[in-house]
Write a protein that binds this ligand. Structure first.
Ligand SMILES: Nc1ncnc2c1ncn2[C@@H]1O[C@H](COP(=O)(O)OP(=O)(O)O)[C@@H](O)[C@H]1O
Ligand SMILES: N[C@@H](CCOP(=O)(O)O)C(=O)O
Length: 293
């Protein structure tokens, strides 16, 4: 069985722990029943991942598989990773969503994607990466009493993401600890109105308005101060025609949304200015986690 899962960009600026979308940058995992457990890791951060005593995917897969079947069967795992670690592209959510899905598939227990999203929450309590990693598209998610409620919208094919991936990792858990716990009412209002406008723009496919309404007062600026070059990434992307330009998740990646005809200009301006950063044009993903038997 092969399972693939997309990278995700969470928050979209003001939609902290609420908005996210899926990018066509996928980790691929091949799993086969075997007499012994074996793990092969290729691609992004392979050396680092090989050096770890515990494999996050295998642990989650084994727990869920055992819960479903009562058995401790052995498998061979081959990972081909494209999502860089701790860059704000949802690498941990991708692992969680793929591992849970793989366990249900291998155990041959029927499931709905809703189930995957809600189980994934036990491993990562913010649904803005988990929901688009599972479903693809642009997702709005709300956590209430330990349950995720969500809505998804397909992202049209005339849009592209231009991502700027710095070489410095940012741990999501550490970066969350540095956020303030209280905010002035006017800042909260800024985020509520901006998040609502972004949601309406995606659902009505009226993307031009994004140029004027994306504002965050909760987390972005503080997180960007850790890497001040990101302020210039945003300035250049918006100047070259991006519809919006936001920190991706907790960073360090910057996410830029553009019409496909403007994507190359934005890409080359960013590439010229940030030679040490990895700049990519990506399609959006509207499918989410996918299984090939
Ligand atoms: N492909 C992978 N295989 C195993 N563990 C992974 C993989 N990708 C991410 N992880 C785990 O998730 C952690 C990164 O999570 P996090 O800091 O939330 O970053 P991100 O913003 O990419 O989700 C890594 O340190 C590692 O423990
Ligand atoms: N809402 C979360 C999103 C974290 O995304 P990640 O891709 O950086 O893990 C946050 O802002 O902390």
């Amino acid at each position: 069985m092969v399972i693939t899962v997309p990278a995700t960009s969470a928050n979209l600026g003001p939609g902290f722990d609420t908005l996210g979308l899926a990018l066509n940058l996928r980790n691929e995992i091949e799993i086969k029943p075997s007499n012994i457990t074996s793990i092969e890791i290729y691609g992004e951060n392979a050396e680092y991942l090989r050096s770890l005593k515990r494999n996050f995917f295998v642990e989650i897969f084994s727990d869920i598989y055992k819960n479903l079947t009562g058995k401790e069967d052995k498998f061979s795992f081959k990972f081909n990773n494209k999502i860089p670690l701790s860059r704000g592209l949802g690498s941990s959510s991708a692992v969680i969503v793929a591992a849970i899905t793989a366990a249900y598939e291998m155990a041959q227990v029927p499931y709905k994607k809703d189930k995957i999203i809600n189980l994934a929450l036990n491993y990562e309590p913010h649904p803005d990466n988990i929901t688009p990693a599972t479903l693809g598209g642009f997702c709005v998610a709300k956590l209430k009493k330990n349950r995720v409620y969500f809505l998804k919208k397909f992202i049209p094919t005339n849009l592209r993401a231009i991502v700027v991936i710095p070489n410095k990792p940012v741990s999501t858990a550490k970066s969350r600890n540095s956020l303030k716990s209280h905010y002035p009412l006017k800042d909260v209002v800024t985020n509520i109105s901006s998040t609502a406008m972004i949601t309406a723009a995606f659902f009505s496919e009226k993307f031009d308005i994004l140029k004027y309404i994306v504002e965050d007062k909760i987390h972005q600026e503080n997180r960007m101060k850790l890497m001040p070059e990101l302020f210039r990434v945003r300035e250049i992307a918006l100047r070259e025609g991006a519809l919006m330009s936001t920190l991706s998740g907790s960073g360090s990646t910057f996410f830029n949304l553009a019409y496909k005809d403007d994507a190359y200009n934005i890409y080359s301006a960013l590439k010229d200015n940030f030679k040490d950063f990895n700049v990519k044009i990506l399609y959006f993903d509207n499918v989410g986690v996918k299984v090939y038997n």
